[in-house]
Ligand binder design. Structure first.
Ligand code: ASP
Ligand code: MG
Length: 403
């Protein structure tokens, strides 16, 4: 098998851990696999470099920042390659540029445009273990670029796609994706497999494990992703195409998003184009609107409620207040003490009653549902934040996710 193994900052956090990673890579090679390793900077290293730059400037130039930050990953890649060589392996360290990673011109948040895998392929043919510095590429001008914080996951997935690897393993200090946050529900179980779509909907459960952008890229390039821990031999969670999951459970997981705020617009003028005006303004300001509900009120006006991430609330307020001033909306109000619980599962596509069971669970626990939205594989409910944990546990039980 050709495996891409990506090790995050904590997995390469000190020299002993880098040796551990070398041992693991070595074991995988001895099993007969071809291995391409992608590494992050040692944990804390990127922040340290950012701090150095800020010592000199509040607003350091992006090309210099990229040259600076890309160094963190180079350190790890070189050290790991040296450790592997010392163990008798034929290893070679590569920068993003040498690995053929070509990005657009946007320094500090570049997008990978293409990968020319020929140098890596030639190295693999020679039986070499390749150790790539993650998080970086090169733009058309020949400058080093970085892919945005956490971007070495993306490097790994893109390389796995370009090499048509059988597997892309993402090693962190978390052992996989759980049915819900184990800190809320200790009975949470680690999932063996989950589809890309479910993983994207369960983002909050994978937040510390995987970047959403990486899951999207894996889906697009059809890369089988495994998240697992580098601190034990425990199996992780496979994130793959729906077709590869034979018996999809009705529900795979319960996600909780505490980071939501609700905006209520009362007495919105009932005229064609008003929703378009409001939500286009919000979109232009890059406010991320999630759920939207519109009700008909009396007197030819309507009420509209919607949710945004707490961080976007101030921008949203400003825009909405503008409509109030112009007399297009009577009044607005805000509530930050809400959260969104979501029940996610591809099994919902072919089964009925999933949403009804979620609502009964809320009823049984005396939790009032403020807003509801559903998609083919998800039922989301906005509730008061104080019921967040009760709701998650109740739902986890209701769908028997501990079984
Ligand atoms: N070292 C970079 C960061 O800390 C990239 C990564 O770790 O994925 O954001
Ligand atoms: Mg990371």
């Amino acid at each position: 098998m050709l495996i891409v193994q990506k090790f995050g900052g904590t997995s390469v956090g000190d020299l002993e851990r880098i040796q551990n990673v070398a041992n693991r890579v070595s074991a995988s090679v001895k099993e007969g696999n071809d291995v391409v390793v992608v590494v992050s900077a040692m944990s804390g290293e990127t922040n340290k470099l950012v701090g150095y730059a800020q010592h000199f400037s509040k607003n350091p130039a992006a090309p210099e920042m990229d040259m600076l930050l890309s160094a963190g990953e180079r350190v790890t890649a070189s050290l790991l390659s040296i450790a592997l060589q010392e163990m008798g392996h034929n290893a070679t360290a590569m920068t993003g540029r040498k690995a053929g990673i070509v990005t657009d011109i946007h320094h500090t948040k570049a997008r990978i445009e293409r990968i020319d895998p020929s140098v890596m392929q030639a190295a693999l043919k020679k039986g070499q273990i390749i150790v790539v510095a993650g998080f970086q590429g090169v733009n058309a001008e020949g400058d080093v670029t970085t892919l945005g914080r956490g971007g070495s996951d993306l490097s790994a997935v893109a390389i796995a796609g370009a090499l048509h690897a059988d597997l892309c393993e993402i090693y962190t200090d978390v052992s996989g994706i759980y049915t819900t946050d184990p800190r809320i529900e200790p009975k949470a179980k680690k999932l063996e497999k989950i589809s890309y779509e479910e993983m994207l909907e369960l983002a909050s459960l994978g937040a510390k494990v995987l970047q959403n952008r990486s899951v999207e890229m894996a889906k697009k390039l059809n890369v089988n992703l495994v998240t697992r821990t580098s601190f034990s031999n425990e199996e992780g969670t496979l994130i793959t195409q729906e077709e590869n999951i034979m018996e999809a459970p009705l529900v795979s997981g319960i996600a909780l998003d505490r980071n939501q705020a609700r905006i209520s617009l009362m007495g919105v003028k009932d005229r064609p184009g008003i929703a378009s005006d409001i939500f286009n303004k919000l979109a232009t300001a890059e406010v991320n609107v999630d759920m939207i509900i519109q009700n008909k009120a009396h007197d030819g006006a309507t009420n509209i409620d919607f949710t945004v991430p707490v961080g976007d609330l101030n921008d949203a307020k400003e825009i909405v207040d503008g409509f109030v001033k112009d007399g297009e909306i009577n009044a607005d109000s805000y509530n930050e003490d809400i959260c969104k619980v979501s029940v996610v599962g591809i099994g919902m596509r072919s089964h009925t009653g999933v949403a009804a069971r979620a609502f009964s669970t809320m009823a049984d626990n005396n939790i009032n549902i403020n807003m509801i939205s559903t998609s083919e594989i998800k039922v989301s409910m906005v509730i008061d934040e104080k019921y967040a944990e009760l709701a998650v546990r109740g739902l986890h039980d209701a769908y028997e996710l501990d079984k």
